[in-house]
Design a protein around this ligand. Structure first.
Ligand code: HEC
Ligand code: HEC
Length: 213
């Protein structure tokens, strides 16, 4: 067993332990097998393994995935598969994966857990519209729990695209649809510019990691 999966099992044990004492029922999600996920994710690297690779029509850069939590990546993939997020290519990619595949791929893509620095200071001044965002995405753009995506260092054009999709219905997530509905196009530009210039915790999937097994 690799050091990485031992670390993940440790994290899972803590989560289960916490789950025992939480009032809400803990979700029954098991952890993924990153080594198996690495093999399954080979086709994904054609886009997510190339820094600054662009989606066409409309043109925006594909999101950085390394550094997001596995939990978030699982829910994003489920959303493309179910059509909650509409994107043709990602719907096709996610539809090729069963539930176990999604757990495994997410474990690989996420990589080692990102720990927010204790002394992290935001870069620049957050725009006024960020006041409601920080309780979930942090002032420095690092998701405060694994359910909330990190935005720090994500491509600004992708953030604009995602927020516009929540606002216009291309993404139907109930939480984000409500917040995005309040934003003007100008707010969206400012929020994307602010979060994309925070100290990045995200990256394209490093290709040199492939084949190291
Ligand atoms: C042809 C390029 C392409 C390929 C191949 C591809 N993706 Fe994507 N992926 C994208 C684009 C573009 C988006 C953003 C879609 C949108 O606007 O919602 C995306 C979004 C995602 C997201 C959401 C990230 C976030 O921050 O919410 C995940 C997770 C993801 N892809 C995983 C995968 C996996 C796993 C595979 C392989 C099974 C894969 N992708 C293959 C282009 C690609
Ligand atoms: C109550 C918690 C909460 C608040 C407040 C919140 N978000 Fe989110 N945000 C989420 C969740 C949960 C998701 C994942 C939704 C999904 O699965 O599509 C998300 C997703 C996103 C994404 C997509 C990230 C990606 O990688 O695709 C962006 C961008 C975003 N939020 C920006 C914002 C901004 C800007 C605000 C303030 C206007 C905000 N959020 C307020 C919880 C929150």
């Amino acid at each position: 067993m690799s050091k990485f999966s031992v670390a993940r099992l440790g994290a899972l044990a803590v989560l289960c332990w916490v789950g025992l004492f939480a009032t809400a029922p803990a979700s029954a999600q098991t952890s993924g097998d990153a080594a198996r996920g690495e093999r399954l994710a080979y086709t994904c690297l054609g886009c997510h393994g190339i820094p600054n690779y662009k989606n066409a029509y409309p043109v925006y850069r594909v999101p950085k995935l390394r550094g997001q939590s596995a939990e978030y990546l699982v829910s994003a993939l489920q959303a493309y598969r179910s059509g909650e997020r509409s994107h043709g290519t990602m719907h096709a990619n996610a539809s090729s994966l069963n539930d176990q595949d999604i757990l495994d791929v997410a474990a690989y893509l996420a990589g080692p857990a990102v720990k927010p620095a204790a002394d992290a200071k935001p870069v620049g001044t957050p725009p006024a519209a960020a006041a409601v965002c920080v309780s979930c995405h942090g002032t420095d753009g690092i998701g405060i729990t694994p359910q909330y995506p990190s935005l720090a260092g994500q491509h600004d054009d992708y953030l604009v695209r995602a927020l516009t999709d929540y606002k216009k219905g291309g993404r139907k997530n109930a939480i984000m649809a409500g917040f995005a509905a309040q934003l003007t196009a100008n707010d969206i530009d400012q929020l994307a510019a602010y979060y994309s210039r925070q100290r990045s915790v995200l990256a394209a999937i490093p290709k040199n990691a492939f084949g190291k097994r």
